[in-house]
Design a protein around this ligand. Structure first.
Ligand SMILES: C[S@@+](CC[C@H](N)C(=O)[O-])C[C@H]1O[C@@H](n2cnc3c(N)ncnc32)[C@H](O)[C@@H]1O
Length: 353
């Protein structure tokens, strides 16, 4: 079947496209990842790397879109011979001039120099992270898509401990925790190589987490970066409705760069869906504070129902002059620039038994 995405037409061997993490198959294509690819194209366009590696090609859609929509020199690596045939067909159909390598990511990335490396494997990024960090150019970028959410959110605690050396609670705040656990792991691996990371964007969508980081050399800066990593207790960070037990180690620094997001959103790009850019534009609000206020947790803490969120936002503004944003981490969560006691006081006024 042929699908259109961005400015490209892509041949997919399957007749059925299923959302979700999917099974391993030739010419793997996932419609849940359109947002991921739209945002990647917008950032590549804004950051202007000299070249781009789509390290895990599938149908080639990611590398083809980057090449066609941003004009960046691109290479696609794909280990599976049959998928490479699909990528070759798609390259031809879309008339893009890019290189396709039927080789493992690990060997392509270590022989050619890239300043944007995209890591989009099935499952965890852990087996590929070190090689990407080792070979990315100084001041370059790595995009990482992780689908091992059971490990990152603590729903498989043994895996969380084994893979990430961490403990996290699988509660309603789990997707912010998951992203922060992923970033703490990435920053620690980078620091071990005397490298420092800055997250440019970080988000959760259905079955995956996506982050794009900037990587720079320097032991001093790596040490500074490590100051962003620590074990936390939600009781301390959010409020006493949560247990005092320790979780992490987690990344406590910013998840997004406001400058990069603004620059990326300013570009008028025909291939990118308006709703993807709109979503990208909201990401800096996630840095208003570490963790959102989960109204479902406050409601059960007080034995009340969840109030209408727009009415709560209005009351927070009227009484405290507070600014509140919806968080993408939970449909019932708010990021607000107040503390727990202030939030609780306003919540109590509006929540009904
Ligand atoms: C999740 S899919 C990639 C999807 C694609 N990036 C997209 O946006 O649609 C993973 C792909 O990586 C390929 N792959 C797995 N291990 C690889 C490796 N070590 N090097 C290169 N390709 C690999 C698989 O054959 C599969 O096609």
């Amino acid at each position: 079947m042929i699908i259109r995405e961005g400015l490209s037409q892509i041949f997919i061997p399957d007749d059925k496209i299923l959302p979700g993490p999917g099974t391993k198959r030739v010419g793997f294509y996932n419609p849940d990842q359109v947002l991921n690819r739209d945002i990647t194209v917008a950032l590549v366009n804004a950051l202007k790397p000299r070249n781009y590696l789509d390290g895990f090609g599938g149908t080639g859609i990611r590398g083809i879109r980057v090449s066609k929509e941003t004009g960046t020199n691109s290479v696609i690596a794909e280990i599976n011979r049959k998928s490479v045939e699909v990528i070759e067909r798609n390259r031809k159909e879309n008339e893009v001039d890019l290189e396709i390598r039927n080789e493992p990511f690990e060997s392509v990335v270590s022989r050619l120099l890239f300043d944007f490396i995209d890591v989009d494997p099935y499952g965890s990024i852990v087996p590929y992270l070190d090689v990407a960090l080792t070979h990315v150019k100084n001041g370059g970028y790595i995009g990482l898509t992780a689908t091992d959410l059971s490990a990152l959110t603590g729903s498989a605690p043994k895996k969380t401990a084994r893979r990430y050396g961490a403990h996290v609670e699988n509660d309603r705040l789990r997707h912010e925790t998951g992203i922060r656990l992923l970033l703490s792991y990435i920053a620690k691996r980078a620091a071990a190589m005397d490298k420092h990371i800055v997250p440019l964007i970080s988000f959760w969508r259905s079955h995956y987490y996506r982050t794009i980081i900037k990587v720079s050399h320097g032991a001093g800066r790596a040490d500074e970066g490590l100051l962003n990593i620590r074990a936390i207790s939600k009781s301390e960070v959010v409020g006493p409705l949560y247990p005092q037990s320790e979780e992490g180690p987690l990344w406590t620094g910013s998840l997004n760069s406001q400058d990069v997001v603004e620059k990326s959103c300013k570009q008028v790009m025909r291939g990118i869906e308006a709703k993807s850019l709109q979503f990208l534009g909201t990401l800096p609000h996630e840095d208003a504070r570490m963790y959102f206020f989960e109204t479902a947790d406050y409601a059960s803490y007080l034995g009340k129902s969840i109030p209408r969120l727009d009415a709560l936002v209005e009351l927070l503004r009227e009484n405290l002059g507070a600014v509140a944003w919806r968080t993408h981490f939970s449909p019932t969560g708010l990021k607000v620039n107040v503390n727990h006691a202030e939030f609780l006081r306003i919540f109590e006024q509006i929540a009904v038994k």
